[in-house]
Write a protein that binds this ligand. Structure first.
Ligand SMILES: NC(=O)c1ccc[n+]([C@@H]2O[C@H](COP(=O)([O-])OP(=O)(O)OC[C@H]3O[C@@H](n4cnc5c(N)ncnc54)[C@H](O)[C@@H]3O)[C@@H](O)[C@H]2O)c1
Length: 348
């Protein structure tokens, strides 16, 4: 039996981590902590766990062998590092941390302490993505030329447990990143996973087009980003992410190869479609994407526990997450944040 601790008891903890641990026969949710004490206590009561007053007290319990870190972005590194130093295995939510150095330090801390560090990149566990990776490697659409990937939804102000325009996701100090890293790290990681290639060149355009905070002024982080990525074997593509899609969530990816096109989550029914150069079309009905409104099992928690019990490297290891974050950091560093109005003036 694995005794688990949950640090941060908001939406992602309540919709994925807690129920997915509870569904396993070999896990006991032993301790929880949230800086909102009432929330922590309510969750503890629901799961028969102990509610702690600080996360350090939770980490001091020697019976707890592993923790999920489900807090706001600005505390991922600090809590994960202390947990690893305390000898716990760590499953940290994305985005992994705020800087390259923090991400690298987390990986080093896991290695130094001989513990597993995983990051919640759940897109890798979707059956359609796994099948797409296999088919791409088999050459189903030939050599990859280009790609486009999208992740847009209505934004975190309705998702967060502390919903509203003052949501921490809009707060530059707590979130640090906007949509580019919040949603973009999922798709950056997905492109690396699908293609098995590293990103060697990146550039992003970051904008705040629509979202306003509680004071009615535009939020200080980006709510829309377009990113250009080039892969090591020469293919190039775009990633579009945004928090201002008030229609149906878009989680689609299209891969253009020399022999055809592969479409992922572009069709309601058929999650993987291959259109070949000769006009043939094969449609696979595999699964539905996990959306904010429609939650399904993420697979991340099972992977975490299995990695611990089998003592094996994970496909969502800290090292893999670090490589995806490196691409995100580099895109943000190279980003154009002037806004379109500024650009238009420049072109005249
Ligand atoms: N893998 C995914 O697809 C996915 C989806 C949503 C959110 N997330 C990530 O999960 C993390 C949490 O997001 P959420 O949607 O659950 O947010 P949320 O606002 O619903 O919940 C955050 C919770 O953490 C608590 N908290 C914040 N900082 C804390 C700290 N320093 N110590 C203790 N408690 C703290 C808050 O009180 C709140 O209960 C974020 O980093 C987010 O990016 C990942």
């Amino acid at each position: 039996m694995y005794n688990i601790g949950i640090i941060g008891c908001g939406k992602i903890a309540q919709l994925r981590h807690l129920p997915e641990y509870a569904a396993r026969g070999d896990v006991r949710i032993a301790g929880v902590y949230d800086r909102n004490q009432e929330r922590g206590e309510a969750v503890a009561k629901n799961y028969g766990a102990k509610s702690y007053h600080t996360y350090e007290e939770l980490l001091a319990n020697p019976e707890i062998v592993a923790v999920s870190v489900c807090t706001a972005n600005n505390s991922h590194a600090e809590i994960s590092m202390k947990a690893l130093q305390a000898g716990k295995h760590v499953l940290c939510e994305k985005p992994m941390a705020l800087t390259r150095e923090e991400c690298r330090e987390m990986v080093r801390a896991a290695e130094r302490n001989g513990r597993h560090l995983l990051v919640g990149h759940n897109q890798r566990f979707l059956k359609t993505h796994q099948e797409a990776r296999r088919l791409l490697q088999e050459g189903a659409v030939g050599k990859l030329i280009s790609f486009e990937t999208h992740f847009t939804h209505a934004g975190p102000e309705t998702w967060s447990i502390d919903a509203g325009k003052n949501v921490w996701f809009f707060d530059k100090d707590k979130a640090v990143f906007g949509a580019m890293a919040d949603l973009g790290v999922h798709k950056t990681d997905l492109i690396r996973y699908l293609t098995g290639q590293e990103i060697v060149l990146s550039h992003a355009f970051l904008e705040t087009l629509d979202k306003k905070g509680g004071d009615g002024t535009p939020i200080a982080v980006d709510d829309y980003a377009v990113c250009y990525y080039r892969l090591e074997q020469g293919a190039a593509g775009t990633m579009t992410v945004g928090w201002s899609n008030y229609g149906r969530e878009d989680n689609s990816t299209i891969l253009y190869g020399q022999e055809g096109v592969m479409k992922l989550y572009c069709d309601e029914k058929y999650s993987l479609i291959i259109e070949k150069k000769d006009g043939t079309r094969v449609s696979h009905e595999i699964d539905r994407i996990q959306t904010n409104a429609g939650q399904s099992k993420s697979g991340v928690i099972d992977e975490f526990i299995e990695c611990i019990s089998e003592d094996r490297e994970s496909i969502i290891s800290g090292r893999e997450a670090l490589a995806s974050m490196e691409a995100v950091f580099s895109a943000i560093e190279n980003a154009d944040t002037m806004g379109l109005a500024g650009k238009r003036r420049e072109l005249r």
